[in-house]
Design a protein around this ligand. Structure first.
Ligand code: AMP
Length: 302
């Protein structure tokens, strides 16, 4: 089963203690789509400007991503710049230019309307809602967001959350959205806003999934060096939702496996700048690290 994603396609300028990348292909929908494409076909809804290069289009379609819903508009592709602290869980946004996203109105191609698995990656919650409005019978709806939208478009975001099944959000944003410092209390508040499951991403500390009656936690895969965490959260979501769409198994066990696949893909992304590692990683490497991940958390090993 394919998965449909709406979200940002941006050029990213990134600074970490290891170096700098200038106007690299990025954006939440891009990371999500490339990560998910290792598991299942992906359909993308987004906008790019006239400056978006043919090589990036070729890369995305080469990964089997359907770009019928990617509008090329007059103007410039959105741009984001961020700088990481020495503690890579901390970053400052230096620039956010929505450019063609500012007045983008998604129009889903007819071929997308049967979508069952949908992910509303980080972008204006109004655009996320417009995509849902055009889907007659979506099955599983996941959603992410960011501090920019939580502070700037809270009421639209809250309305949207009442329509979402799985919220995937990082710990700082969970605190901001819920008004609770403690992550467990924050998750309870977020569950009360609508989603049946809340997955809280905690950077190098991994992910915790909360539902009404269960909690499941996985660590991040231990790495000696993290070069650039950009896109780790979106790639986590791509691996997670991509695996769910592939398996069709939305039982508790199926979700837990998908969470581990998401964590595996995210662990590759941070090994190099921007999208670089996603360009070279193979499905075999993903499967190998999945097995290492299972061994890492095997509490009955002798
Ligand atoms: P992550 O590191 O997973 O939080 O995602 C970083 C990606 O989100 C980058 O590739 C950015 O281009 C994109 N991004 C940054 N700010 C925003 C925003 N306000 N709305 C949508 N996407 C954004």
């Amino acid at each position: 089963m394919s998965i449909l994603v709406v979200g940002s396609v941006f050029f990213d300028t990134i600074e970490t203690q290891y170096g700098r990348a200038e106007r690299a292909l990025g954006g939440a929908a891009t990371y999500f789509a490339v990560a998910a494409s290792f598991f299942t076909p992906v359909r993308m809804v987004a906008a790019v400007g006239e400056d978006f290069p043919p090589e990036d289009i070729a890369f995305l379609s080469g990964r089997g991503i359907d770009l019928a819903g990617l509008q090329r508009r007059s103007g410039l592709t959105g741009a984001w710049a961020g700088r990481y602290h020495e503690d890579m869980n901390q970053r400052d946004t230096l620039q956010l230019d929505l450019n063609v996203f500012a007045d983008f109105r998604p129009q889903l191609p007819a071929s997308y309307r049967d979508a069952q698995y949908v992910f509303l990656a980080n972008i204006d919650p109004r655009l996320q809602a417009m995509v849902l409005d055009q889907l007659p019978a979506p099955g599983l709806i996941g959603c992410d967001t960011m501090n920019h939208w939580i502070t700037g478009s809270r009421s639209e975001l809250e309305q949207l959350l009442s329509r979402v099944h799985v919220l995937v959000i990082n710990d700082e944003e969970a605190r901001l959205l819920s008004g609770e410092r403690n992550v467990v209390r924050a998750a309870r508040r977020l569950l009360a806003m609508g989603p049946r499951r809340v997955l809280i991403k905690r950077g190098e500390y991994g992910v915790i999934q909360f539902s009404a009656n269960a909690v499941f936690a996985v660590p991040a895969f231990p790495l000696e060096e993290v070069f650039d965490p950009t896109g780790a959260g979106d790639s986590f979501a791509g691996g997670f939702m991509g695996e769910l769409a592939r398996s069709g198994d939305t039982s508790e066990a199926g979700l837990r496996r998908a969470i581990v696949y998401g964590s595996v893909v995210a662990s590759f992304v941070v090994e190099d700048f921007g999208m670089n590692r996603l360009r070279t990683v193979t499905k075999d490497e993903i499967e190998h690290r999945y097995r290492q991940f299972v061994a890492l958390t095997d509490i009955d090993a002798t």
